[in-house]
Ligand binder design. Structure first.
Ligand code: AQP
Length: 332
């Protein structure tokens, strides 16, 4: 059975529509016919400054959102990255195979460090993609379902796997990114040429999965469109309208082009109302499941502990293989 690995950072109280459509929904779909490992990547979350209490709370909330979205813990392994120390251990080895220049070309680091000043960014933020490579390679993942913004990091992961394999003998599976055309990049509702992102300047362009339904409807109603009147899918010329069509299509199981049909003679207001209805039809039951899961943190922690035990069966074996290959002396 092919393997899947993916993860999200516990860096906000709620995931947003981009995280959901770009990644989480694919996770739920692929668990049907893959061995799936879904991780809350808390080691990645401390690459920027975070309050410890907030981090702990967000780690549980992020895991609960995986489950509320339909990740089935009986089928898929759901766990917290820091519970499996092999992630940090493999990251060290891979870091020693990564060129400084190669790491310097990662656009996410350039973007994120530009915000606070590269000089003040942590070394952890710089080596973030190396840790991400370790996450994936530990589980011999064949497929990694992520959004478009992760393509470059996935390329680095593949390069590192191939480099290690050619230097030390076949050790890692070389994974493939699984990036779904239509929903790989959900755009900011206020600035539809930029990806929807939790670190956007204003929250007005963001739909959080746990937002109050009234807020969700308002954000969609206020989405930036254009000064024309026709509703068609044309991301170049009509980024705002096309983004709304993409979201509508994702929630109604069709294509953006097909979603545009039927709006002849109708206005942007009608489209936005339909988008809000479609989004909320899925978000409201999601929110109910989330609330129920979060109400029992002990059960959630128990589930995550069981997930970590299953994850470590795989990650410990991979790390042992790696240590042997690179020439570390066995401990006993
Ligand atoms: N706008 C998006 N459209 C489609 N997919 C997206 N993803 C993120 N934004 C979009 C995907 O969601 C997953 C989350 O990964 P992460 O936890 O590493 O979060 P991130 O990429 O840091 O998320 P943000 O909100 O975009 O944060 P900032 O503002 O920090 O960059 C990944 O699979 C990602 O591709």
């Amino acid at each position: 059975v092919p393997r899947v690995f993916s993860g999200m950072q516990p860096t906000s109280d709620s995931l947003h529509l981009g995280n959901y459509l770009g990644a989480l929904r694919q996770w739920v779909a692929v668990q049907e016919d893959h061995d799936a490992f879904y991780c809350v990547v808390d080691l990645h979350a401390i690459t920027v400054e975070v309050d410890p209490r907030v981090l702990r709370e967000r780690t549980r909330r992020t895991a609960a959102q995986y489950l509320a979205a339909g990740v089935d813990p009986a089928r898929s392994v759901v766990f917290v990255q820091s519970h499996a120390p092999e992630h940090a251990q493999l990251a060290w080895v891979l870091g020693c195979l990564t060129g400084f220049g190669e790491a310097s070309r990662m656009t996410q680091f350039k973007d994120k460090s530009a915000r606070g000043g590269a000089e003040r960014s942590s070394v952890g933020l710089f080596t973030y993609p190396v840790l991400q490579a370790a996450d994936i390679l530990l589980y011999d993942a064949d497929l990694v379902p992520v959004g478009e913004d992760q393509r470059q990091h996935l390329e680095l992961t593949r390069d590192l796997a191939q480099r290690f394999n050619s230097r030390f003998g076949r050790t890692f599976v070389v994974p493939q990114a699984y990036i779904l055309g239509g929903t790989a990049k959900i755009m900011d509702l206020q600035e539809p040429t930029a990806k929807m992102s939790k670190s956007a300047a204003s929250p007005a362009g963001l739909v959080d999965l746990l937002d109050d339904p009234k807020v969700v409807a308002k954000r969609i109603r206020s989405a930036v469109t254009d000064t024309e009147r026709d509703i068609r899918f044309d991301p170049e010329a009509k980024p705002g309208v096309s983004n709304l069509l993409g979201i509508l299509a994702a929630f109604t199981g069709t294509t953006p082009q097909a979603a545009a049909e039927g709006y002849a003679g109708r206005g942007y207001g009608d489209l936005k109302a339909d988008v809000a209805d479609a989004v909320l039809a899925e978000l409201q039951p999601f929110q109910e499941r989330f609330t129920a899961l979060l109400a029992d943190p002990a059960e959630l922690d128990r589930l995550l502990a069981a997930g970590a035990a299953r994850a470590r069966e795989v990650s410990a074996a991979t790390l042992a293989r790696v240590h042997d290959r690179v020439g570390f002396l066995p401990a006993a």
